[in-house]
Write a protein that binds this ligand. Structure first.
Ligand SMILES: NC(=O)c1ccc[n+]([C@@H]2O[C@H](COP(=O)([O-])OP(=O)(O)OC[C@H]3O[C@@H](n4cnc5c(N)ncnc54)[C@H](O)[C@@H]3O)[C@@H](O)[C@H]2O)c1
Length: 226
């Protein structure tokens, strides 16, 4: 089984890639920065996920791919009135288009094999309208990822491909500054570690998730109620 992890150069993606490689999977990471990719990962390709052609070529160079986790993302804090069009575009290019490009590059290979599993990474911000990590564009982009996940699940199910999302609350990664402040916004009064999110991603990709598609797993300590 070959798993591709976008954004596997840091945080949630890095831990997902490391844990999958520990479990014996062949793992490939696509990230802008590959300097910190764990040494047990088989392939590390420097790619900007907003470049559709490069994503496509990188996926082709990996060979058959059975699983994809799209963890690359950015979370600028700007609100509606202080996000300029360039930043708005950048957030959607990375978080939404980057996810679409990776899916489009792997889905034909999976369709040919008659099976495959994809997990996107959205966020509690999609449910809460932000208010935690990331601003207005970020919340909108993560809501788009959830819609995209459902639409892709519907479209790809006839080909044996499952598509789900993991929606974390605050997670201790380089993306999250001031973890203590964010902990207070969860019912459980804690910030997750990246291992907990990676476990959810790998569960949905693996045999435990074989009857689950189009679903969003909220791994957020109750932050969407808090
Ligand atoms: N940390 C949190 O609290 C939290 C909460 C909810 C959702 N998330 C989501 O989880 C995902 C992973 O975040 P993280 O916390 O691990 O952050 P991180 O910054 O540690 O990792 C993100 C990775 O994505 C890569 N990346 C960013 N833009 C890229 C691009 N254009 N092309 C290729 N790679 C790119 C970065 O280089 C980095 O390695 C993101 O989508 C984020 O929105 C994080």
């Amino acid at each position: 089984m070959t798993l591709v992890v976008t954004g596997g150069g840091s945080g949630i993606g890095l831990v997902t890639a490391r844990r999958a490689a520990d479990a014996g999977l062949r793992v490939a990471v696509l990230d802008r920065k590959v300097g910190a990719v764990p040494t047990n990962v088989d392939i590390a390709i420097p790619v900007d996920v907003t470049d559709s052609d490069r994503v496509h070529n990188a996926m082709r160079s990996i060979g058959p791919i059975s699983a994809l986790a799209t963890c690359a993302g950015i979370a600028p804090p700007g609100g509606l009135l202080d996000t300029d069009p360039e930043e708005l575009q950048r957030v959607f290019q990375v978080n939404v288009f980057g996810t679409v490009y990776a899916m489009r590059a792997v889905a034909p290979v999976m369709r040919e094999a008659g099976e495959g599993a994809i997990v996107t990474v959205s966020s509690v911000a999609a449910h809460r309208g932000g208010g935690l990590l990331g601003g207005t564009a970020y919340a909108a982009s993560k809501a788009a990822v959830i819609g995209l996940t459902k639409a892709a699940a519907r479209e790809l199910a006839p080909h044996g491909i499952r598509v789900n999302s993991v929606a974390p609350g605050p997670v201790a990664t380089p993306l999250l500054t001031e973890p203590e402040r964010f902990a207070r916004d969860t019912l459980l009064n804690r910030v997750a570690d990246a291992d907990e999110i990676a476990e959810a991603v790998l569960f949905l990709l693996g045999p435990g998730g074989r009857n689950i598609t189009g679903e969003t797993l909220n791994t957020n300590g109750g932050a969407h109620f808090a």
